[in-house]
Design a binder for this molecule. Structure first.
Ligand SMILES: [Ca+2]
Ligand SMILES: [Ca+2]
Ligand SMILES: [Ca+2]
Length: 374
């Protein structure tokens, strides 16, 4: 004759259920995000004679709007230069001098190995780095083109530096100390996987001058080494506008791309300060495959499984699911509506995970496993 405990076990073995709630919640993850403008902003230079000034601008209309910008030169001629228009107002020549000028960039250097040229990073110093460049002196002398040298200085951690500009021509021989500023935003990106390869994030970045960007970021994992950043409207005060789609390429734990805006500074009607480096860094690699969590291929959810057996005077429940996830083990003696009781919450650390449970005192019942809801 069977004991009542055996009968209970039989009923429970029969009643062990597999139920799961999949995809109800997504874990929020954090990465770093930075923007570095590929243009620098110069300030006007007051010359010895207070009626004379030297300005730099990228407005090529006349008379120019003086926006202070030195922008990335256009390849192939200007790829190693920042280009601008120099504007010298001087009564001695009795006209406005304005023409193209190309400032040589220092040789490419990335000492902090983040994929961003150090020249554009506030954290990286410039210690009297000398470069060469050229300008068009607009027919003011017999030579059409002249040369310049520039000496760049900026302390690490400061966005403000000085460019000592020396014209080497028959017309302008003196040097000009040109103050300049880097434009940079740094902060965090909280993101979630919404489905498959899609990520949605919230970026919060501040600039050295105190501005704050709060921006929704829409990313798609193209593959382990590439993220697609969807273009959208960015704003921080009068800065930014519509950004174009861009692809970020992975180098180690860093994803780097170029983010181009229709206009980076809406205070001026011309499109300026348009092109920025974007860097997203993620040092977390939960599955240890050498690829940050950010671009790990989407993992198909493991099917939840539960099985039950008797060991001595206890039950063993064998549970399978997604490692690291939290699950609720629930029990219902009669399968009545809304009477499931959570008897244990567990974080799955191995597959399968074995749970030991005492044999219930009642005549029978049912178990189920569900994703733990926050
Ligand atoms: Ca760098
Ligand atoms: Ca503008
Ligand atoms: Ca990984």
């Amino acid at each position: 004759m069977r004991s009542s405990a055996d009968q209970s076990l039989k009923k429970l073995l029969f009643g062990a259920l597999l139920l799961a709630v999949v995809g109800a919640t997504f874990e929020s993850l954090a990465a770093e995000i930075h923007l570095y403008c590929r243009s620098i902003r110069s300030s006007p230079v007051r010359l010895d004679d207070p009626t004379e000034t030297l300005d730099l601008t990228t407005d090529r209309l006349y008379p120019p709007i003086l926006n202070g910008e030195l922008e990335p030169g256009i390849p192939p001629l200007g790829s190693n230069y920042l280009s601008s228009i120099y504007v010298v107002t001087t009564p001695r020549i009795d006209k406005l001098i304005d023409d193209e000028i190309y400032f040589g960039l220092p040789p490419y250097s990335d000492t902090n190995n983040n994929g961003i040229p150090d020249f554009f990073e506030v954290t990286q110093p410039l210690d009297e780095v000398r470069t060469d460049g050229f300008f068009d002196d607009a027919g003011l002398s017999n030579i059409k083109t002249g040369f310049i040298t520039t000496i760049w200085s900026r302390e690490a951690g400061s966005d403000s530096g000085l460019c000592l500009l020396q014209f080497l021509s028959k017309v302008i021989l003196r040097g000009f100390p040109v103050p300049f500023q880097l434009l940079e935003y740094d902060g965090t990106l909280e993101y979630k996987r919404t489905s498959g390869a899609s990520l949605i994030g919230q970026a919060k970045m501040t600039s050295t001058s105190g501005g704050t960007i709060l921006q929704t970021v829409d990313l798609t994992i193209v593959d382990r080494d590439h993220l697609l950043l969807r273009g959208t409207y960015w704003s921080e005060g009068s800065n930014f506008s519509v950004a174009q789609d861009t692809t970020l390429e992975r180098k180690g734990a860093n994803y780097v791309g170029v983010l181009n805006f229709d206009d980076g500074d809406r205070r001026t009607p011309l499109p300026d300060y348009k092109s920025w480096f974007i860097l997203i860094s993620d040092d977390k690699d939960s599955n240890g495959d050498g690829v940050p969590d950010l671009s790990d291929p989407p993992q198909p959810a493991s099917p939840l499984r539960i099985s039950i057996a008797q060991v001595d005077r206890q039950f063993t429940l064998s549970v399978r699911g997604d490692l690291g996830k939290r699950y609720d083990l629930q029990f219902d003696p009669e399968l009545k509506a809304n009477t499931w009781q959570v008897i244990q919450t567990l974080t799955l650390s191995q597959n399968p995970q074995i749970l030991l449970l005492p044999i219930p005192t009642g005549p029978g019942g049912f178990y189920r496993l569900a994703e733990h809801l926050q």
